[in-house]
Design a protein around this ligand. Structure first.
Ligand code: F6P
Length: 754
């Protein structure tokens, strides 16, 4: 590095010196020319005025007068003397201290005598530079002569030398400053950050804990640091995965990992790419001021499905809903994602505004959503919305068929209630496709579903799938009951299958999950939670002993208001927690164009405010409600810091927040309070299960959570973590695809027999 620095300094100095040299020469020359001109001008004026005084003295040979005059003009400033020469070049009168060489008229005087006009010039005599100004003089009756003014011109040379000296000193100063600045810049902006990066990489290589904060994140090394951090993350995950694989091999356990899923799908799909259709895209490009950035929308579906596509590649077809989505995709709406580490293809489908309003906001979220969730919000069914829902399902069918082109027996995983009609539409166009539809929300009982004016069409559409998945067996049963009461079909209650017009659809539970990443080096110490808590509280400017967290899309099914009221009751019943417990609600705004959702945000704000006003002191308030989008990374510290995570959905298909909290607790601490109306409660039996409508019960559960012994916390958390490790998202995907592959031959057999 020192050698590079010296080279850099040397180059800068050479450039600066060359520039200085050229400009000094020019400046000196200009200065000298200016002084010469000035001297010539002054000498000419003086010579002219002396000419007038001298000529009368010549008349009659008044030599005394001439001598007095030349003596008077000797040694005046730079005027060294004056001489008056006769036509024979001998002096008539001459200032005494002029050199003897001027006893004979110089060439300039002769030219003035011969030419009859003024002549000026420089000459050098014994190392001294002279300026001579000669004018002819003549008495009316006398012989011609010449008056010569002798100026000492050495100072002009001296001035040029002074310019060079001055510029040289300036150059020296420049060189010094350039060298110092270069040294400092190189040290601060190159050497130090590079040394830090190298040290950081070294620690990483040898497996020592490397602090992310130690990396320079700004300036020249910012982009490099970001890339390195990224590579490191990938490396850490790969290393953890490899360790996990090795550990599993060693213990003989058969846990699902991304690698195993990849291998499994390669064999099962026989090289075909996986095709997924979901309304919500995993990466949305949005405009922020002049910049375009991408976000991962708050969505359980994205949380679950994204790791599968990352592991196995393939294509995710989704509605392009971001305001900068079009400019970040190619002509056919495609781009490779994740944007910072491309692994699979996202194909965006473009919808008109009215289509989005009718299909997504209208039929899907004002109709089917409240229909399937028992949360006491009345569904709205509008014929116009239904028309758009059908149209958009056809648009997606078209996109899917395009993606299947050239593929034999393609596999398609359709997601959620936005696409109930899609399985049938696909089957009509591609009878050879293997189609699964996974319903991420609950399925209600037949009476509840029966109020939908288009219940038959929806069921008919869904039964175009080979496989229908729900989170729980209970939802499967509800679905089969609904089909039984609505459509002509044959239901096989032993196999959980429906046969309608020769096509069989199997209906099975697949409890969805998340990836559970093993922290490098295994389960972490409890100290991690304390560190995370300190950081979170510092960021929010809070002080508290106990911390609770809730993470939700702001949706009326999530029971957020009920949760706030339970906190109020908890503080009433257990006043010793006042000033000691803070609940942070991370609420992501969702579907805000729907009036009910729009109102909900304001209602929840008001409810939190009301409760806070009741209890708050100058330095403390019980509820911190943060209504904004929070990235997955931003949420993790809250999970790790929270003594209790509260999930109080009034009705929920699964609720992956509950699972994310457990997955984040590598320290096996913390308590989960979980609604028994969320699908997750069927698996996470070690959570404190509550009825969210029962405010007293939730308040008591909060108390139980905050007073639970560390041993009990660890026992419960360890069991839940073990279960999640077993039933992670990779297993979910493997089960679903394996089932789809297994069913089709059976279906063909059944159809052939029938
Ligand atoms: O839970 C149902 C669901 O559609 C999920 O599949 C998804 O994660 C969530 O709602 C998000 O909803 P949206 O896509 O409307 O923001």
């Amino acid at each position: 590095m020192m050698r590079i620095t010296l080279r850099l300094i040397a180059s800068l100095v050479i450039v600066a010196a060359s520039v200085s040299f050229i400009f000094s020469g020019l400046q000196a020359r200009q200065e000298q020319a200016h002084l010469e001109q000035e001297l010539s001008r002054r000498a000419a004026v003086l010579a002219e005025s002396l000419q007038e005084s001298v000529e009368p003295l010549l008349d009659g040979g008044k030599l005394d007068g001439l001598h007095r005059l030349v003596e008077r003009f000797a040694d005046r400033e730079r005027l060294a003397g004056v001489a008056i020469y006769r036509g024979d070049r001998q002096p008539m009168a001459m200032s005494p201290r002029l050199p003897v060489e001027f006893q004979i008229a110089p060439e300039t005087a002769r030219q003035a005598l011969d030419g009859g006009g003024a002549v000026a010039g420089f000459l050098t005599l014994q190392g001294q530079r002279w300026h001579l100004q000669a004018v002819p003089v003549r008495a009316p009756a006398g012989p011609p002569g010449a008056l010569v003014l002798f100026h000492n011109a050495d100072y002009i040379e001296a001035r040029g030398a002074a310019v060079w000296r001055h510029n040289f000193l300036r150059l020296l100063l420049h060189v010094l400053l350039i060298s110092l600045t270069t040294l400092l810049i190189v040290r601060w902006y190159l050497t130090r950050p590079m040394a830090k990066t190298v040290e950081w990489l070294r620690r990483l290589r040898i497996g020592e804990p490397a602090d992310q904060g130690a990396l320079p994140h700004e300036g020249l090394f910012g982009p490099l640091a970001r890339e390195v951090t990224h590579i490191t993350k990938t490396l850490t995950v790969a290393r953890a995965a490899a360790e996990e694989e090795a550990r599993l091999r060693h213990t003989g356990a058969s846990r699902w990992t991304p690698e195993r899923l990849k291998e499994h799908l390669r064999t099962t799909l026989e090289g075909r790419p996986l095709l997924v259709i979901a309304n919500r895209e995993p990466y949305m490009h949005v405009r922020q001021g002049r910049q375009v950035r991408w976000i991962m929308p708050a969505s359980g579906l994205v949380t679950a499905m994204e790791p599968i596509l990352r592991a196995c590649g393939g294509t995710w077809i989704a509605h392009g809903a971001g305001d900068a989505d079009r400019e970040t995709a190619d002509g056919s709406g495609k781009l490779r994602v994740p944007p910072d580490e491309p692994m699979y293809t996202l194909r965006r489908v473009w919808l008109e505004k009215q289509e989005e309003d009718g299909y997504y906001y209208g039929f899907a979220n004002e109709g089917l959503w409240p229909l399937c969730h028992i949360a006491h919000t009345r569904p709205l069914f509008r014929a116009e919305d239904w028309r758009h829902y059908r149209q958009v399902n056809m648009t997606f069918a078209q996109a899917a068929v395009e993606e299947m082109r050239g593929m034999e027996r393609p596999y398609l995983l359709i997601q959620d209630y936005h696409f109930a009609l899609l399985p049938r539409l696909i089957r009509e166009k591609r009878p050879d496709a293997r189609v699964a539809l996974f319903w991420h929300i609950p399925w209600p009982n037949p009476e509840a579903f029966g109020i939908c004016p288009w219940a038959r069409e929806l069921l008919h559409g869904m039964l175009g799938a080979d496989l229908l998945g729900f989170h729980t067996q209970y939802h499967c049963n509800n679905f089969l009951d609904t089909v039984d009461q609505t459509l002509e079909s044959r239901i096989d209650w032993e196999q959980f299958a429906v046969n309608r017009a020769g096509h069989t659809t199997w209906v099975k539970p697949f409890p969805i999950s998340i990836p559970v990443e093993e922290p490098p080096g295994g389960e972490g110490p409890a100290a991690d939670a304390a560190v995370a808590k300190e950081a979170v509280l510092k960021e929010l400017g809070l002080q508290t002993r106990w911390l609770g967290v809730g993470v939700d899309r702001i949706d009326y099914t999530k029971g957020i208001a009920e949760r706030f009221r339970a906190i109020e009751r908890f503080l009433e019943h257990y006043p010793e927690f006042q000033g000691q417990f803070v609940f942070v609600e991370l609420g992501a705004p969702s579907r805000t164009l729907i009036p009910r959702y729009h109102e909900l945000g304001a209602e929840l704000d008001a409810e939190a405010e009301r409760i806070n006003r009741r209890f708050q002191t100058r330095a403390w308030k019980p509820i911190v409600f943060l209504q904004r989008h929070h990235s997955h990374e931003a949420i993790q510290p809250y999970y790790r810091a929270a003594d209790v995570c509260v999930v109080t959905s009034l009705h929920d298909g699964m609720n992956l927040v509950a699972k994310e909290y457990v997955a984040a607790r590598a320290d096996a601490r913390g308590v989960l309070v979980l609604s028994r109306f969320a699908g997750a409660s069927r698996e996470l039996r070690d959570a404190l299960l509550v009825n969210p409508y029962d405010v007293e019960q939730v308040a008591a559960a909060l108390h139980a959570a905050l007073t639970m012994t560390p041993e009990e916390q660890t026992e419960r958390m360890t069991r839940m973590r073990e279960l999640l490790r077993e039933r992670n998202i990779y297993r979910w995907a493997a089960d679903l695809v394996a089932e789809l592959a297994r069913l089709r031959p059976v279906r063909e057999r059944l159809t052939n027999q029938g």
